[in-house]
Design a protein around this ligand. Structure first.
Ligand code: F6R
Length: 355
């Protein structure tokens, strides 16, 4: 049942600390700063990595790309529906990772089969033991999120991001900063709990109930979070929402920005990317768009924002995971206020088993 929550989606958002603890259990060694994943014992360091996935899982894949690139391994994410049908650039000695919560998404299965047909090694990153993807791939890494009933993926996305960190750390033998990352991962469940306890997402969406178009911007690993924030939002609120790489705004989308288009800007850390994104925030502010900053407070983005959704300070790789939880809550509360069918949005199915 829904354990007292109005919707499975809200229940599953609140289950994230538990889901992530399950996903990390026995896989982190804090003392040595290493990650051990039994399922990956017989997977070597790949020369290249291709991710194939759909929807929310594709956003997780985009996040995963950077983890491998940071370790010097060329990586790319592909939409499974494109990979399966076009002249796919399958690497000869590479690893193809299917990111699929259900393990049953037809497009992702086709892409994986295509890769196998060309001799690639395949790995399923999935929630479901015994799923088709898990059975057909050479390897499976389980995200251990527990069953997800809501059509809109929430806890499984967070679990995928966690598992992608484990995958990258294991296959690339860790980076120099592994100990910090292990500590960051260890703290994520508690940090998410803090977001859940302290969020002001509901008060913020109340101010924008009559708006019909919403934008989400981010850079680096906050770019997939922007895409995911927009997908979740459109999926359950039925309002128009789009996610952009912050730097792309001025190449077209800025034409749509007015006082009627709230912009959610995800800015974590205080590096060059954060500073550049703040530059983009100033651009939308100059067009009178309401700005909602999702931030850890390390930069001064708050100065340019109408509202702030705070997240705890954490490792650069785990910050996007916390920002995403705030955006899940934004989508949920907006949809709830608008009286939408949150757990079963129109035209959508939990598992898409047709191409
Ligand atoms: C959106 C959502 C979908 C799925 C997509 C892939 O909330 O849930 O976009 O992420 O259909 O599903 P899996 O991960 O089962 O392959």
């Amino acid at each position: 049942g829904k354990s007292g929550y109005d919707h499975y989606m809200l229940k599953e958002i609140h289950e994230q600390p538990t889901a992530l603890r399950q996903g990390l259990s026995g896989r982190l060694d804090e003392l040595s700063g290493t990650v051990t994943v039994e399922e990956l014992d017989d997977v070597g360091t790949p020369e290249t990595v291709h991710f194939v996935a759909c929807g929310t899982s594709y956003h997780a894949a985009l996040y995963g790309v950077e983890l491998f690139r940071e370790a010097g391994i060329p990586a790319q994410a592909f939409l499974a529906s494109e990979y399966a049908t076009g002249p796919a650039p399958i690497p000869e000695s590479g690893l193809v990772v299917g990111v699929t919560q259900s393990g049953e998404t037809a497009d992702t299965l086709s892409a994986l089969r295509e890769a196998q047909g060309r001799g690639a090694e395949t790995l399923a990153l999935t929630n479901v033991v015994g799923s088709t993807a898990a059975r057909e791939c050479d390897h499976a890494l389980y995200i251990r999120s527990g069953p997800e009933i809501g059509v809109a993926a929430t806890k499984t996305f967070s679990s995928q991001l966690t598992a992608l960190n484990l995958l990258a750390e294991t296959l690339t033998n860790g980076g120099v900063k592994s100990r910090d990352l292990v500590a960051g991962l260890r703290d994520v469940p508690g940090d998410i709990q803090q977001v859940l306890d302290q969020t002001n997402a509901e008060e913020i969406v109340d101010k924008y109930l009559s708006h019909e178009s919403f934008f989400f911007i981010g850079r680096g690993q906050n770019f997939p979070v922007a895409l995911e924030g927009a997908l979740k939002f459109k999926e359950i609120t039925y309002e128009h929402a789009e996610g952009f790489a912050a730097g792309e705004l001025k190449h077209g989308p800025l034409a749509l920005v007015t006082q009627n288009t709230p912009v959610f800007a995800i800015v974590t850390g205080d590096d060059e990317r954060a500073r550049k994104t703040i530059g983009n925030v100033k651009e939308v502010e100059a067009r009178d768009a309401p700005v909602i900053a999702v931030t850890d407070g390390k930069s001064d983005v708050e100065r340019y924002a109408d509202h702030v959704l705070m997240i705890p300070e954490t490792h650069p790789r785990t910050a996007p995971m916390l920002a995403n939880v705030q955006l899940q809550l934004v989508a949920y509360h907006m949809a709830n206020r608008l009286g939408r069918a949150i757990d079963k949005p129109r035209n959508l199915a939990k598992s898409v088993t047709v191409e």
